[in-house]
Design a protein around this ligand. Structure first.
Ligand SMILES: [Fe+2]
Ligand SMILES: [Fe+2]
Length: 301
């Protein structure tokens, strides 16, 4: 049974063109209409200029990522994929714009790409590589359609504001249809749409329970980086151990991929084991940071 993806807010491209109005359905006709609109859909290398490589190199120096990228070879692998992956021109422009508009999202998109590289190399066959990595690099592209003051709001969100932020998934789905030619749309648009879905049906935008294995890899990378980073709703990030415990608990309660979490935990162990032999447990020894406003709803009073 197909889901009806209805847009409660308008969707804009990064150039300010309205792509889809509020109240429309993202059905086949609307998506084909986006593809039919004129746009330069040329592909560009993901490492589109030296600065992206330099920035990602700096990000991977941050202590939180040190254990997962401690091997020179794992970093070299990320940079070789950065050179090889090609993404649509519109997505390149969005990533560039994020660098000045919302630096957290810029860093996050590059780091999720790097973590996904690592997970895909462990968990997936060669045939899925490229598409998953393109999708990881563009997963949050829809945030460009969300007002900046909402993305960066530090106090609790109202229900309406939360719904608007969650709308970045459908915005990304539509934007990728607009930016990409028909061949490259499928996995990238599904990752943009589904990366906040959870296998127990508790996610958004639709609450689906059947999630593609490649989408699951990006979901785990996305959650891991979000926990390890300061966020507007939580000034102090999770430490690495507490972040892995949080992910383990989500895997053991059937929300996210157990294999992806096993691979992340195994990559953090000093004594290297094959990920499939890495046991994860629900034990909690770390402490989540205080003052975490995530999920707290503040209604205008
Ligand atoms: Fe997201
Ligand atoms: Fe994300």
């Amino acid at each position: 049974m197909p889901y009806n993806y209805r847009t409660d807010f308008p969707i804009f491209s990064h150039r300010g063109e309205e792509l889809v109005g509020a109240g429309c359905f993202l059905d086949e006709k609307t998506l084909q209409g986006l593809k039919a609109r004129p746009f330069d859909r040329t592909l560009y290398p993901m490492g589109f200029y030296e600065l992206v490589k330099k920035d990602l190199d700096c990000f991977l120096e941050i202590p939180a990522y040190a254990s997962i990228f401690r091997d020179k070879s794992s970093r070299e692998y990320v940079f070789s994929m950065l050179k090889r992956i090609q993404i649509p021109r519109g997505a390149v422009e969005v990533i560039e714009c994020f660098k000045t508009r919302d630096f957290y999202t810029y860093k996050h998109m590059l780091v999720v790409f790097a973590i996904s590289c690592h997970l895909v190399s462990l968990l997936s066959g060669e045939e899925h590589f490229t598409k998953t990595l393109i999708a990881s690099a563009t997963h949050d592209i829809g945030k460009y359609s969300i007002p900046l003051e909402l993305l960066q709001k530090q106090t609790p969100l109202t229900a309406q504001e939360r719904a608007h932020i969650e709308h970045h998934t459908l915005a990304g789905y539509a934007m990728i249809h607009y930016y990409t030619d028909s061949e490259g749309t499928d996995l990238s648009s599904r990752v943009a749409r589904d990366h906040h879905e959870r296998s127990d049906g508790s996610g958004y935008p639709a609450g689906i329970t059947s999630i593609d294995r490649m989408v699951e890899i990006v979901i785990a990378s996305d959650m891991y980086d979000a926990l390890l980073s300061p966020r507007p709703y939580r000034a102090i990030p999770f430490d690495n151990r507490t972040a892995l415990e949080e992910l383990s608990s989500k895997a053991l309660t059937g929300k996210i991929s157990k294999a992806a979490v096993q691979a992340l935990v195994a990559s953090n162990r000093k004594k290297v084991t094959h990920w499939s032999e890495c046991a994860i447990s629900s034990d909690r020894r770390g402490s989540p940071p205080l003052s975490n406003n995530y999920g707290v709803t503040g209604e205008p009073g």
